[in-house]
Design a protein around this ligand. Structure first.
Ligand SMILES: C[S@@+](CC[C@H](N)C(=O)[O-])C[C@H]1O[C@@H](n2cnc3c(N)ncnc32)[C@H](O)[C@@H]1O
Length: 240
């Protein structure tokens, strides 16, 4: 039996709003901004939710917009999620990557996400019924992975590394190394403009210290702002 419930895309579109349809006001601002196209409406809704999370905690969210489907697909392009035993997503936000991940999991793949923001956690649970959403910091990743009794084959991050201090980056990266299977892979994105800064070069050094292979992607222009991603393999501490 599958370890998660994978809702269909149409169901996701319908479930995206933070407010159940019956509870939504039928007039006023909410109604006048509502598109007749459910997919468009969901996009607007997702962006508003993301913006609200940014206003609540700009440093932890680190961006004004959710990632584009193009970035999510590109970042996951080298990940064989279908044959994975365990997949973990860090910092899912409104679920831009989550949605693409859910579409690609195998029947036997266990999947959970770790989100720090409690409001976003509630929204994710509503948007993806059946999804295991852990409301915690990625600093505690190892503890949650241990509960599954296996190591992660893929850890996919949407965390805002550029807004973290080096100590926090180290704590999370050490958790990632401890949680990955020997043949596992870690993938994370960053914004292209930030990748030109010294802090980003220092982050890459941190990755290279922990992984035998660190590959940087081409620029994904179809994202606001344009982004790059890193694919990291061969964690230096073999865990299996
Ligand atoms: C830039 S947003 C990315 C959201 C989504 N992955 C996307 O690409 O649209 C960063 C997300 O990471 C979450 N976050 C920040 N620090 C975190 C931490 N230490 N542990 C878990 N989640 C964290 C934020 O609450 C936010 O939802």
């Amino acid at each position: 039996m599958a370890n998660h419930v994978r809702p269909k895309v149409d169901e996701l579109n319908g479930a995206l709003s933070t407010t159940p349809p019956a509870e939504r006001p039928s007039s006023g601002w909410w109604r006048s901004h509502r598109s007749s196209d459910p997919a468009q409406w969901s996009l607007l809704d997702e962006r508003l939710q993301f913006l609200a999370a940014f206003i609540r905690n700009p440093a932890a969210v680190g961006s004004l917009w959710p990632s584009s489907p193009t970035l999510a697909r590109a970042t996951l392009s080298n990940c064989d999620l279908r044959s994975a035993r365990l997949v973990v997503e860090l910092g899912p936000g409104t679920g831009a990557f989550t949605r693409v991940i859910l579409d690609r999991l195998g029947e036997q793949t266990e999947f959970f996400v770790i989100e720090l923001d409690s409001n976003s956690t509630l929204q994710l649970r509503r948007r993806f019924p059946g999804l295991h959403v852990v409301n915690d910091s990625a600093e505690n990743l190892t503890r949650h992975v241990e509960k599954t009794g296996k190591k992660a084959d893929y850890i996919i991050s949407g965390l805002p590394w550029a807004n973290m201090n080096p100590e926090l980056q180290d704590r999370i990266l050490d958790n990632i190394i401890d949680s990955l299977a020997e043949r596992g892979a870690f993938t994370t994105f960053g914004y292209w403009h930030a990748s030109l800064l010294p802090a980003s070069r220092r982050f890459r050094v941190r990755l290279e210290k922990r992984f035998g292979v660190v590959r940087r992607s081409h620029v994904i222009w179809k994202n606001v702002p344009p982004a790059i991603f890193y694919s990291c393999r061969h964690p230096r501490v073999a865990q299996d």
